[in-house]
Design a protein around this ligand. Structure first.
Ligand code: C2E
Ligand code: CA
Ligand code: CA
Length: 245
């Protein structure tokens, strides 16, 4: 179904950019957003990324979906700027497919030029893969070009400390599995505390994902992690709704 319908879905604008706010705990204010794709199918209704992204990752079509979402994000940023709302960067996900070829940098530069936004307001979320070497090289190039880089899903999967050494990320996003599993034990809390301390010493920004409860917010506040994203504050929502918020 996905393979048969993905091209029409792009052409008919069935993919939609949802935005999930990022909050500062101490300011109790929105400090940015992450763009997340949804497939609004005319018959099937809303289809979530977990259902179609694995297929699109496998056949490479995720590139096209990413380009589409990046453009939507740039347009949203432009709109905010035009209406005097500064200081709300939007981060987009960058599939590992892009990181092994140059094309996507030209696409990004092209979009930023065409739509006319500040490079710093479009942040790039990168997930580590098996091939950290390649990710490192590409990330270094992006950094040189002036992009803000967020390391997605830190603390899970292939995430390793060595990539922190080789790659100049600006922000690390602590994986939501971390929130679920770590905060239930004393040992887990200690690990998280040390990650926060490490980020501080490395001058890295830090954001905790998947924050769902008051207790998690309290604990993060206590150990000095100020930026959060999660259902406790808000779920991903249509761009229009985020704009209103
Ligand atoms: P991700 O980049 O780690 O995005 C965060 C996911 O966590 C989102 O799932 C979000 O809805 C969910 N989330 C946020 N707060 C909470 C919370 O408090 N609790 C729980 N349980 N979940 C929370 P979503 O939107 O279903 O996206 C899943 C994954 O699909 C994303 O994980 C990302 O890897 C991928 N994805 C989504 N949109 C895009 C896209 O445009 N391009 C690419 N390449 N990948 C995308
Ligand atoms: Ca992400
Ligand atoms: Ca993540």
């Amino acid at each position: 179904f996905i393979e048969e319908n993905m091209k029409a879905a792009i052409a008919q604008r069935q993919f939609q950019m949802y935005l999930q706010p990022k909050y500062s705990i101490s300011h109790n204010a929105i400090v940015g957003a992450e763009a997340l794709v949804r497939w609004l199918h005319p018959v099937k209704g809303i289809i979530y990324p977990s259902e179609f992204i694995p297929v699109l990752e496998e056949n490479g079509f995720i590139r096209n979906v990413d380009y589409y979402i990046w453009e939507e994000a740039c347009r949203f940023i432009k709109r905010c700027e035009q209406e005097g709302m500064e200081g709300c960067p939007v981060s987009v996900n960058v599939s590992r497919h892009h990181l092994v070829e140059d094309e996507f940098i030209e696409v990004l530069d092209g979009l930023i030029d065409k739509i006319g936004i500040d490079k710093q307001s479009l942040e790039l979320e990168i997930t580590e893969t098996v091939n950290n070497q390649q990710v490192s090289e590409m990330s270094n190039r992006l950094k040189d070009e002036g992009f803000m880089l967020l390391m997605d899903d830190f603390g899970s999967g292939y995430s390793s400390l060595s990539i922190l050494l080789e790659t100049p990320f600006d922000v690390i996003k602590i994986d939501k599995k971390f929130m679920e599993n770590m905060l239930v034990s004393k040992r887990g809390k200690l690990i998280l505390e040390q990650v926060v301390a490490m980020a501080g010493k490395l001058d890295l920004g830090l954001l905790a994902e998947g924050v769902e409860t008051r207790e998690q917010v309290e604990f993060l506040k206590e150990i000095g992690c100020d930026m959060v994203q999660g259902f406790y504050y808000a779920k991903p929502m249509p761009a229009e709704e985020f704009y209103e918020l």
